[in-house]
Design a protein around this ligand. Sequence first.
Ligand code: IPM
Ligand code: MG
Length: 367
Amino acid sequence: MKLRISVLPGDGIGPEVTRQAVAVLQTVSDVCGYDFRFLSHPIGGAAIEQDGTPLPEATLAACLDSDAVLLGAVGSPKFDHCVGDMRPEAGLLALRRALGGYANLRPVRAYKATLDCSPLHEDVVRDADLLIVRELLGGLYFGQPRAVEAGGLSAFNTMRYDVYEIERVAHIAFEEASRRRRLVTSVDKANVLETSQLWRRTVSQIARQYPDVRLDHAYVDSFAMQLMTTPSRYDVVLTENLFGDILSDEAAVICGSLGMLASASIGGRVALYEPVHGSAPDIAGRGVANPMGAIQTAAMLLRYSANLCEEADQIIASVERTLANGFVTPDMTGRRKRVPSTTEAVGESVVETVTDLLQRQMAFHAV
Ligand code: IPM
Ligand code: MG
């Protein structure tokens, strides 16, 4: 098994969490005798400093030429004054579009060992296990026209969806649901927006091709509330770009920290893997960033880009075991008031555990 992985650490805590994710992947490669190669490239603020642009041509070319792309985070207050294409985030959006992954999968699970880390009651988050499927290349993020007008006194963006954009992401949601608990909840604002009416109609049509999967519709405002009161009711949550951005940060409350969430953007030429959290400049470089989002992102990479599902499962099991052993960063100390460990210590614990689990698995397969 040969994998060429482009690593884009980016800004803020991006480099430190990505280092831990790469260490876990390298461990899988070493223990299982695979050949994973990693090549790092600049993106975001780091790329603006180095090359004067948030997505250098060499970075994009390398990504397009690799089997998968692992990204840390982009965004830096240093570039807050930049506008349009010169913002670090513009580099990420251009990369997403160029790679073509239109379905952004964001799993949200409340782990048994850390139920007390959510500000929600343990009875509320227990059994929560959902997958947000966020449309990633349409809607307000990319809709044209968009502009600032009247000398900065007026601005507008366009929310636009074409049927094919809704269809293709809906298929992904139904396929994922058919491998899970067979429920898709499609989230929109069809009581107000034409784009949402088109969304609802199109998703309902696609649903007919998946008779084993139930489809529910919800309005985004009431869904946002129910996600906090009864998260375990949901399986796959299908929604458009901006709603998915907002709801996935909200859903992180279920896990206790935004630092826990992973994502995969699939359906395009090369899949892009990035934790859901941002660059968190306020805590960058202090050894306190939670690497679990990035590490679980690495597991998604193995699952979706290499079909190494057992290895991906072992990484997730190692994350769970590490949490159960009390190794957490300061964002996950919880009501049990665990003593926090560093980013590196948490990463090392996952590496040790995954080494052990993989070796046992190989010994088991050998007999
Ligand atoms: C995310 C982030 C990005 C987004 C930003 C950094 C552009 O918030 O991946 O959720 O809005 O998509
Ligand atoms: Mg976001």
